[in-house]
Design a protein around this ligand. Structure first.
Ligand code: 13P
Length: 247
């Protein structure tokens, strides 16, 4: 059975001193039996790389350029991320789709760049509240995943997929374990149609995951881990989620 993955998404939070305290506290409490990742702001990647070196914790980025190299001011390439030890990278987070108008096609290109540099893309998909209420959740997530499969077909089993219902992000409203499992199961079916290795793909849940609700979400058959925002900034909360993933 594959290990569960618990990835912290720090978003635009942190400072040199706060990062060091957080990483050291997580390292002191984390044990084997679950893969832990920390997706940190790009300016802190080098710092966190030194802190996690040799610990087994994956260093993660929050975004990557859709281009390989060249005249793209302000962007960071997958090769650069790999160069400083990045192991996984969030792509297509709903905050980037919303605030930076990232399209399904662009997200697929970012996943492709990550894969080409041997970085595991954590591909985020999920519906808005309006889309859920309109009954189009399945259509939306299938469309978002289809774009990634279309461009990355032959290596699709190398991705991590994160189902993050937009209405559950930072709101304290979590999808119920049954709601999340329902979507994860249909995503698994879509992956099965694309690859014989679909069961290798970790499909993680994100959206107000916390110490209290992690165990019931992680008990679902198609929920292979979590992408954790707010609770990843507090070592005790993050470690409780990691512990739930190990049991
Ligand atoms: P919260 O856990 O703060 O809801 O954020 C989830 C998220 O967006 C992780 O990528």
């Amino acid at each position: 059975m594959k290990q569960k993955l618990i990835a912290g998404n720090w978003k635009m939070n942190g400072s040199l001193s706060a990062n060091e305290a957080l990483v050291r506290a997580v390292q002191a409490g984390a044990a084997t039996g679950c893969q832990v990742a920390m997706c940190v702001p790009s300016v802190y990647l080098s710092q966190v790389q030194s802190l996690v070196a040799g610990s087994g914790i994956w260093l993660g980025a929050q975004d990557v350029s859709a281009h390989e190299q060249g005249a793209y001011t302000g962007e960071v390439s997958a090769a650069m991320l790999r160069d400083i030890g990045v192991r996984c990278c969030i792509v297509g987070h709903s905050e980037r789709r919303q605030h930076h108008s990232e399209s399904d096609a662009l997200v697929a290109m970012k996943a492709k760049q990550a894969l080409a540099a041997s970085i595991t893309p954590i591909v985020c998909i999920g519906e808005t509240l309006a889309e859920r209420e309109a009954g189009s959740t399945a259509d939306v997530v299938r469309r978002q995943l289809a774009a990634v499969i279309h461009l990355n077909g032959h290596c699709i089993s190398e991705i991590v997929l994160a189902y993050e219902p937009v209405w559950a992000i930072g709101t304290g409203k979590t999808a119920s374990p049954e709601q999340a499992q329902q979507v994860h199961a249909l995503l698994r079916a879509q992956l099965r149609a694309a690859t014989v290795q679909a069961d290798r793909v970790s499909i993680v849940y994100g959206g107000s995951m916390n110490a209290a609700n992690a165990a019931s979400l992680l008990a679902q058959p198609d929920i292979d881990g979590g992408l954790v925002g707010g609770a990843s900034l507090k070592a005790a909360d993050f470690l409780s989620i990691v512990a739930a993933a190990r049991s």
